[in-house]
Design a protein around this ligand. Structure first.
Ligand code: ACO
Length: 328
């Protein structure tokens, strides 16, 4: 039994941080950020706003759009690397906030591939036949782990959340295939060294900025282009599809140049590639569901369309998912 997406929603914090603001914080320029990444601005949370707040806004919209009550939700999966706390889970906070009395749930850590990992996990719960309504949300408050004095990272990310409701379908539509990958040898190139059990937070670790995200951008870039393009090509091939059959390609939004290279390898023409990195930056687990909801709201996705999702992120993690869209 396939799972289909019956509602989509997204939420980004109100505050916009432009490249010009970043020019005042680090040695960078609007021109450099735009030309090397495609980013013009990103949204940043208000003080005291965290991942569960963004997720709760998404969850409320999902319920309203689908016209169901929180009590109808069986399972809440939240993909995030920036949970409010180690424990309780962000899923538990959202469950409380929306009053999903009949749901259980958990957080899932897949970095920029978190939403695809969550979608695969949620769809398998649906396929089991035991679950009727699963909420999958990708959220990250990257500003909470960004060093705003490090130009290698702080210009790239933003805060945001998006999500879907998954339900069973009797047809062959919905989520029809997935390829998900992981290679832990890439962990060293994009990581948050401190704050976990390996290096619990101490005054020294915080002073040494060990709880911020660090990366070797060039290494990540190279792996990202290859990883995203490889799995996207493979999933098309094994489903006897070409780039021409894809109505919309929704890639993770890390860098416009990574997106362009992946689309080119899969021979997907530029007008079929969703790009919103200019407005949101890289919201990690948030990018794909934010893009998906924008596309649904803009009428870029219609029933019967074949949609390709692809991601690459810390871990390394990467993957692609193919959907034959059926919304009701
Ligand atoms: N502003 C101005 N100059 C900068 C900045 C900045 N923010 N950052 C780096 N530079 C400088 C570098 O110091 C370097 O200067 P040098 O030539 O004097 O040494 C020069 O710009 C070129 O730096 P490169 O690293 O070669 O720039 P590149 O074109 O590779 O772009 C970038 C860097 C944008 C980080 C790119 O490598 C990238 O996007 N990598 C992927 C990283 C990523 O997206 N990580 C996020 C999570 S993983 C994921 O989502 C895929």
């Amino acid at each position: 039994m396939n799972a289909k997406i019956t509602a989509t929603a997204h939420y980004v914090p109100e505050r916009i941080m432009t490249n010009l603001e970043l020019e005042k914080l680090v040695d960078t320029s609007d021109e450099w950020i735009r030309s090397r990444t495609g980013i013009s601005q990103r949204h940043i949370v208000a003080e005291n706003e965290a991942s569960s707040d963004l997720s709760t806004r998404v969850a409320e919209q999902l319920l309203a759009k689908r016209g169901i009550s929180a009590e109808d939700i069986d399972l809440i999966i939240i993909a995030t690397v920036t949970p409010d706390h180690f424990t309780p889970s962000t899923a538990a906070l959202v469950q409380l906030n929306i009053g999903a009395k009949n749901a259980w749930g958990f957080d899932l850590s897949g970095a920029c591939s978190g939403f695809l990992y969550g979608l695969e996990t949620g769809s398998k719960f649906i396929s089991s036949g035991h679950y009727q309504k699963v909420m999958v949300i990708g959220v990250d408050t990257m500003s909470s782990i960004l060093d705003f004095t490090d130009r290698n990272t702080c210009v790239l990310f933003g805060d945001g959340a998006g999500g879907v409701i998954l339900e069973p379908t009797d047809s062959d539509n919905g989520i029809i295939d997935s390829i998900l990958k992981m290679d832990g040898s890439g962990g060293q190139y994009l990581h948050v060294p401190g704050g976990g059990s390996r290096m619990p937070a101490t005054i020294e670790s915080v002073e040494a900025k060990q709880h911020y995200i660090m990366q070797d951008g060039k290494k990540v870039f190279k792996f990202a282009v290859k990883g995203m393009a490889d799995v996207s090509e493979r999933i098309l091939k094994r489903n006897n599809l070409t780039g021409d059959d894809i109505a919309l390609f929704i890639p993770h939004q890390a860098n416009k140049r990574i997106i362009d290279a992946s689309a080119e390898r899969c021979k997907i023409s530029p007008e079929k590639v969703l790009i919103n990195i200019d407005r949101f930056g890289n919201t990690t687990a948030g990018t794909i569901p934010i893009g998906m909801n924008e596309a649904v709201e803009n009428g870029q996705i219609k029933d019967g369309d074949t949609i390709l999702l692809a991601s690459f992120g810390a871990g390394f993690t990467w993957g692609s998912i193919l959907i034959k869209w059926e919304s009701n």
